[in-house]
Design a protein around this ligand. Structure first.
Ligand SMILES: Cc1cc2nc3c(=O)[nH]c(=O)nc-3n(C[C@H](O)[C@H](O)[C@H](O)COP(=O)(O)OP(=O)(O)OC[C@H]3O[C@@H](n4cnc5c(N)ncnc54)[C@H](O)[C@@H]3O)c2cc1C
Length: 348
C-alpha cells in the first residue's frame, strides 16, 4: 500500500482519489476551493460512451448524471458559412455531482491551497499534481500555451436546445452554448484575442436568460510533449497539469481521465514488479506515446492562428489529426468526416 496526496479535486483528482482508494492505497485530497464554492469550471460536455466506461470502473452509473443527449452540433463559421456535425454520444452531464460522488469515502481537505514551499512532501510516497492549469507543484514549462476563456451558467433560456458553436477566424477560439436541460446551459467562449464574439449577441437574442454563475479560467492548449517535466521529487503530474487537452477543441475531460488510467496502469505494473517504486520512465513514455498526435493537432492550431497553415504543405499533419480522430470517433462523441474537417479548416 502506498500513501498518496492529491493536489486538486477536479476531474483527474477526484477520479484518481476514487481509484487509488479502491486499490487499498492511502489517499488524501487537498482542494484550494471551499466546499460551498468548489465548482468545476467547464461546460460539462463529453462523450457518454467514454464516461460510462470510467464511471463503471469507479462504481458509478453514468446514466444518472446525464443532463442532455446531443443530436446535432451547429457550427457558425466566418463569412456566413454553417456546418452541422451529427452527434454520436456527446452529452452534457452533472460534472459537479459526478466528481463529488467519486470522492465519497475519500479524505478530502477543502479550502487548502497547496504550495511548493509549505507542502509536507515527505509524508507521502507520491504527491499527484492534479491542479490543472496551475501546475502548482511542477516547474513551469517554457512552451506552455493558454487560451483565455470564461462562461455563464444560465437558466430560463428558451429555444436553444442543442449544442451550438461559433468558430472564430484563424482558429483563434470559439463561442459555445451547451444545453444542460430544462432551459439551463453553459454559454461562453475561449478566444486568444479576448473578443469573445457571440456572447453579447446571445444575451440580445435571449433577454429572458438569467445568469446563475459567471466563471472562467484559461484553458491549456500546449500538449504533453511541450509540458515536461511531468515529475519533480516525489511529485507526478496527471491531467491538464501536463497538457492533456485536445488542442483543437480545448476539450480536457476525457483526455485527463485517459491520463489517469495510464497512471493507474503503470502504478499497478510498478507495484507488482518493484514494490513501492512508481516507474516514472514508463509513465512518461506511455503519456508521450498516447498523446503524441496531440502535438500534430497543436501545430495545426498554432499554424492556423499565425495564418501559415497550408493544406498542401501540412497535409501530413492534417491527415494525422484525421486518422487519429476517426479511429477514436466514439471517444469524441461526434462524426469525424474528412470532407467536413477539410471544409472547417479552410473556412476558419
Ligand atoms: C470555461 C471552460 C470550459 C470547458 N469546457 C469543457 C468541456 O465542455 N468539455 C471538456 O472535455 N473540457 C472542457 N474544458 C476543459 C476541462 O474542463 C479541463 O481540461 C479538465 O477539467 C482538466 O481536469 P483536471 O482535473 O486536470 O483539472 P481541473 O478540472 O482544472 O481541476 C484542478 C483542481 O485543482 C484545484 N487547485 C488548483 N490549484 C490548487 C492548489 N494550489 N491547491 C489545491 N487545489 C488546487 C482547482 O480548484 C481545481 O479544483 C473546459 C475548460 C474551461 C476553462
Amino acid at each position: 500500500m502506498l500513501r498518496f496526496a492529491i493536489a486538486g479535486a477536479g476531474v483527474a483528482g477526484s477520479y484518481l482519489g476514487n481509484m487509488l482508494a479502491r486499490r487499498g492505497h492511502g489517499v488524501e485530497i487537498f482542494e484550494a476551493s471551499r466546499p460551498e464554492s468548489h465548482w468545476p469550471v467547464c461546460a460539462w460536455g463529453a462523450s457518454r460512451h467514454m464516461l460510462s466506461r470510467f464511471s463503471e470502473k469507479a462504481g458509478l452509473d453514468f446514466e444518472k448524471y446525464i443532463l442532455h443527449v446531443g443530436k446535432d452540433l451547429r457550427m457558425d463559421l466566418p463569412r456566413g458559412k454553417v456546418e452541422h456535425l451529427e452527434l454520436r454520444g456527446l452529452v452534457t452531464y452533472d460534472k459537479h455531482r459526478w466528481e463529488r460522488d467519486l470522492m465519497k469515502g475519500v479524505e478530502i481537505k477543502f479550502g487548502t491551497k497547496v504550495t511548493k514551499e509549505s507542502f509536507p512532501f515527505e509524508k507521502y510516497d507520491y504527491v499527484l499534481d492534479c491542479t490543472g492549469l496551475h501546475r502548482t507543484l511542477l516547474p513551469r514549462s517554457k512552451e506552455d500555451f493558454l487560451i483565455p476563456a470564461y462562461e455563464y451558467l444560465l437558466e430560463g433560456v428558451r429555444g436553444e436546445d442543442e449544442f451550438y458553436t461559433i468558430g472564430y477566424e484563424g482558429a483563434k477560439g470559439y463561442f459555445w452554448y451547451f444545453p444542460l436541460g430544462e432551459g439551463r446551459g453553459y454559454m461562453g467562449a475561449g478566444d486568444v484575442m479576448k473578443k469573445y464574439r457571440g456572447v453579447d449577441e446571445f444575451f440580445v437574442r435571449h433577454p429572458e436568460a438569467k445568469i446563475v454563475k459567471k466563471i472562467g479560467r484559461p484553458i491549456r492548449l500546449a500538449p504533453p510533449k511541450r509540458m515536461e517535466p511531468f515529475f519533480e521529487g516525489n511529485v507526478v503530474g496527471v491531467g491538464e497539469s501536463i497538457g492533456t487537452v485536445f488542442p483543437m477543441l480545448g476539450e480536457g475531460i476525457i483526455p485527463s481521465l485517459i491520463c489517469c488510467d495510464i497512471f493507474l496502469e503503470v502504478l499497478d505494473e510498478s507495484t507488482k514488479q518493484q514494490g513501492k517504486k512508481f516507474d516514472t520512465k514508463k509513465y512518461r513514455k506511455k503519456v508521450l506515446d498516447y498523446f503524441g498526435y496531440y502535438d500534430d493537432v497543436y501545430r495545426i492550431v498554432r499554424l492556423k492562428m499565425d495564418g501559415k497553415l497550408s493544406t498542401i504543405r501540412h497535409a501530413n499533419l492534417l491527415m494525422s489529426m484525421y486518422r487519429h480522430m476517426k479511429k477514436e470517433e466514439q471517444r469524441f462523441g461526434f462524426e469525424v468526416s474528412l470532407d467536413k474537417m477539410n471544409r472547417l479548416v479552410n473556412a476558419l
